[in-house]
Design a protein around this ligand. Structure first.
Ligand code: GLA
Length: 388
């Protein structure tokens, strides 16, 4: 997949600019195994970087201009990072401007570049195509400007870009995993300290990404509303984030909260605990325990946090009834997009065939699903170095 995409962006770059690109950078999307809506509560998450990505073929310019063409949208963006003052573009170009803006503000002297961008992460599916684009663009700027690549710092700047420029008040999970993913592993991230620990999947298991084929509009406002509700709940305990409210304190003080606040907080507090238990389960090769935690996470997201959807619930139910399934849940922000299942590796083909059929029967919608591989974070593709 990555190789095909690499050929595609390289060829398109040569057609457009009449010479080979100096680099082809790659930033992966992600699927989150467990730990949903916990990152902006300073909690724990357990995503893995997947074999779906955004690539940019690029070459440094002698001025500060950025000229980048998107093959997926067939649009060209031209910006001057030093003179960006407010949102000027729509769609994908917004992320390029946003990264240029935050990096300039952080004091980096940015050099311009010519680029061609393309990806194979389905958009709006909860697989972090935006974070991957942000990290790929950040990497392009560091290469063109001779800035050392600092994954944590770039993840933080990318989050700022999304919060302040794009207006989605996301946490740090997606940017962290796209920047710091480790091949063959999930990453347990403490979203407060940003400490991250690679954790391998239990032996003999595989992770399936199951796209419901549904997308939700106005995701940002529903998401930002959840974030606000969590802050309000934390404030009722005299804290700024729910990470600092332990289960005892919550149970004793829950009467102070409205029913809605109580359910939101209960999800976050229990979900943080589930991530810690999931890490233990993975380290002790207990695939069944991990699967059960994923199911509990889904129930909590559906009933307490209310970010699931009819199709996500149906997909999870179909998966749980299929042979070889150890656990399943919605993944990402929710409201549509993808669910994730943990299965026994030998069940792959019957599993995806059976779930597809059951889901089509129940919804009339054709889903797409694939067994994903855990990949490393942002990198420069080895064959991407061509002499100019
Ligand atoms: C989106 C956000 C993340 C995280 C998830 C929910 O993907 O970008 O920061 O909050 O939703 O866990």
């Amino acid at each position: 997949m990555a190789l095909e995409l690499q050929t595609k962006v390289t060829k398109a770059f040569i057609d457009r600019f009449d010479h080979a690109p100096t680099w082809v950078v790659r930033a992966p999307g992600r699927v989150n195994l467990i730990g949903e809506h916990t990152d902006y509560n300073d909690g724990y998450v357990m995503p893995l970087a997947i074999d779906r990505q955004i690539l940019i073929a690029l070459c440094k310019r002698t001025d500060q201009k950025v000229l980048v063409h998107s093959l997926d949208y067939d649009e060209t963006l031209e910006i001057l990072p030093s003179s960006l003052i407010s949102r000027g573009n729509t769609g994908w170009g917004e992320y390029v401007s946003a990264i240029a803006f935050v990096m300039t503000r952080a004091g980096y002297g940015l050099q311009g570049w010519d680029g061609v961008v393309a990806g194979d992460i389905p958009k709006g599916a909860g697989l972090s195509s935006s974070a991957a684009l942000e990290l790929a663009v950040a990497n392009a700027f560091t290469l063109a400007s001779d800035i050392p690549w600092e994954p944590l710092k770039m993840a933080q700047l990318s989050q700022q870009a999304e919060n302040e420029w794009v207006g989605m008040q996301c946490g740090i999970m997606d940017q962290m995993i796209s920047a710091c993913g480790i091949a063959g592993h999930a990453l347990m991230i403490d979203c407060r300290s940003l400490e991250h620990t690679p954790v391998a999947l239990p032996h003999g298991t595989a992770v399936v990404v199951m796209d419901t084929g549904t997308r939700r509009g106005l995701l940002d406002s529903a998401y930002n509303e959840r974030r606000r509700q969590c802050q309000e709940a934390a404030q009722m305990f005299g804290k700024t984030v729910l990470r600092d409210v332990d289960r005892n304190t919550f149970e004793k003080g829950a009467f102070k909260l409205t029913d809605l606040q109580r359910r939101r907080a209960r999800h976050v507090i229990a979900e943080n605990n589930r991530v810690l238990l999931a890490m233990q389960a993975m380290q002790s090769q207990d695939a069944h325990a991990l699967g059960r935690l994923m199911v509990a996470s889904h129930t909590s997201l559906r009933d307490d946090f209310e970010v699931s959807s009819r199709e996500l619930n149906i997909m999870v139910e179909c998966a749980l009834k299929a042979p070889g399934c150890l656990g399943a849940r919605m993944t990402g922000a929710g409201f549509g997009g993808c669910a994730v299942a943990l299965i026994t590796a030998e069940a792959r083909t019957p599993f995806t065939d059976i779930v597809t059929q059951k889901y089509v029967d129940a919804t009339g919608i054709q889903p797409s699903m694939y067994v994903c591989q855990a990949k490393g974070g942002v990198d420069i593709l080895p064959d991407g170095s061509f002499s100019q």
